[in-house]
Design a protein around this ligand. Structure first.
Ligand code: ADP
Length: 270
């Protein structure tokens, strides 16, 4: 385990009297008749790094998208930093939030997707300042100055004026991370951020994520990078067929899995 990990507290947030960064209770999701999430319970503590692993189609991406309200859930509840996602309470009853309120709930949550989704007609720095200036009302000068710091943080200080088409996939992905960080997220969701990259570009992106973890960012990461999960995660959650099958420290889940399905999955990974 890395040093950053060792200094992290583990155990459930509620057991330490903290508000959980994510608290998902009995989350269900259907696509048509397909029952994709079958009662997911998951708690993520502040500053915790949780890696979600499991076979393709097990529901990992869908669960991540549910946390961020990119998908509506069909059952259960998700709280992010104590905020019940998608609903408000009035007179003891729950009501659905309107789109603007949902967008406000989504604001402290950064997401990085598998495919780099930068605005193609904007330079790296323009991509990064777009949301802070448009959504948060930060001045262009202040947003630009912060964007330059963020580009430096992801190792791309000299690429500020480049358009996405002039950047490698790995560089684009690092700009995408900087863009998410520009909104000062309390939680970062990563959906297989390196799986669309050429192998030689994966390391730089994982390093940026590793640095973020060491700085104490709360992260939920869907990944097939077992070495990353082993080194960086505080907790690994193995999902299969819409359920959490097993979870624990990386050593427990990756090195000594107790469930047969986890063992089978991991034996196919190497
Ligand atoms: P994973 O991330 O573990 O590979 P996903 O969450 O992407 O799994 O997918 C879980 C299941 O949900 C799969 O059977 C997939 O085909 C299905 N699915 C995902 N998104 C949609 C969608 N927008 N419409 C219909 N089915 C979907």
């Amino acid at each position: 385990m890395s040093q950053g990990n060792a200094s992290r507290s583990t155990g459930s947030a509620s057991s330490r009297g903290e508000v959980a960064a994510v608290n998902a209770v009995n989350v269900h999701k259907f696509f048509g008749r397909t029952h994709v999430l079958k009662g997911i319970d998951m708690e993520v503590a502040p500053s915790e790094v949780v890696c979600l692993i499991g076979p393709s189609g097990s529901g990992k991406t869908t669960f991540l998208r549910c946390i961020n309200q990119l998908e509506e859930i069909d059952g259960g509840r998700i709280w992010v930093n104590g905020d019940l996602m998608g609903y408000y309470e009035k007179n003891g009853r729950l009501h659905v939030l309107d789109d603007a309120a949902k967008a406000r709930q989504r604001r402290p949550i950064g997401m990085v997707f598998q495919r780099f989704n930068l605005f193609p007609h904007m330079t790296a720095v323009q991509n990064i300042i777009e949301a802070p200036t448009q959504v948060l009302g930060v001045s262009k000068a202040d947003a630009t100055s912060e964007a330059m710091n963020l580009l430096d943080q992801v190792g791309l200080a000299d690429r500020a004026e480049n358009y996405p088409s002039q950047l490698s996939g790995g560089q684009q992905q690092r700009v995408a991370i900087a863009r998410a960080l520009a909104m000062h997220p309390k939680l970062m969701l990563f959906d297989e951020p390196t799986s669309a990259l050429d192998p030689e570009l994966v390391g730089d992106v994982l390093k940026v994520m590793r640095d973020l973890a060491e700085e104490g960012m709360t992260m939920v990461v869907v990944t097939h990078e077992m070495a990353f999960a082993r080194d960086v995660a505080d907790r690994v959650v193995f999902m299969d067929a819409g359920k959490v099958v097993e979870e624990g420290t990386p050593d427990q889940v990756i090195n000594h899995p107790s469930q047969e399905r986890t063992q089978q999955f991991l034996s196919r990974m190497v």
